[in-house]
Design a protein around this ligand. Structure first.
Ligand code: AMP
Ligand code: MG
Length: 183
């Protein structure tokens, strides 16, 4: 499951997993960023998960690789909360480069999206995270880049790509759609 920061993808995931649980379908949800952060924190590289995307590229890549290997060892129905691309100070970094896809072999990649003005407002209202402040144009570009790079992930793995819109006041609809994909 992917989506730009502030699209509230974790909220959609939580809702969908609860719905599936009610139907007797259980998924284990893993957070890619948390896997990376636990290592980065242990090694004293960062103290906040939002600092990771500013780390040197090689450091991010090695955390990314280690996280993918660790998650690949998990068994059963696995859902991974992550990013199609990460916005770093030096440009977009693929969230699922070839060596990560080889480990994870996803069946489906979901892109959670909504209008850029809604994302901007959600970022401004979130005090729990250090979100990058950027304009609507930049947010729209990031979402567009994510669609493009997702197409290449499908080419590499044969996975399907699903767009889910998480619009204001329509969280239920997004939850429903994600549950349908996972179920
Ligand atoms: P999140 O909590 O989903 O916003 O993730 C926190 C941070 O983890 C992101 O800002 C990235 O620095 C990092 N991260 C998460 N997924 C990936 C990925 N697939 N590749 C590289 N970095 C990632
Ligand atoms: Mg999240």
């Amino acid at each position: 499951i992917t989506g730009v920061p502030g699209v509230w993808k974790t909220t959609v995931v939580t809702g969908a997993l609860k719905r599936l649980e009610e139907e007797g379908i259980s998924y284990k949800s893993l957070n890619f960023g948390t896997y990376m952060f636990e290592t980065a924190q242990k090694q004293g590289q960062v103290t906040d998960r939002d600092e990771m995307r500013k780390m040197p590229r090689d450091a991010q890549k090695s955390l990314q690789q280690a996280a993918a290997q660790a998650m690949a060892r998990e068994e059963g129905n696995i859902l991974i909360d992550t990013h199609a691309s990460v916005k770093t100070p030096k440009g977009f970094m693929a969230g699922l480069p070839e060596w990560v896809l080889r480990e994870l072999q996803p069946d489906t990649i979901v892109l959670v999206e909504t209008d850029e003005d809604q994302i901007l407002l959600r970022r401004m209202s979130d005090e729990t995270r250090t979100r990058d402040m950027e304009g609507v144009r930049a947010i729209a570009d990031h979402q567009q880049f994510n669609r493009s790079i997702a197409a290449s992930y499908s080419m590499l793995t044969g996975c399907t790509i699903k767009y889910i819109i998480n619009a204001d006041f329509l969280l239920d609809r997004a939850v429903e759609e994600l549950a349908a994909v996972l179920g």
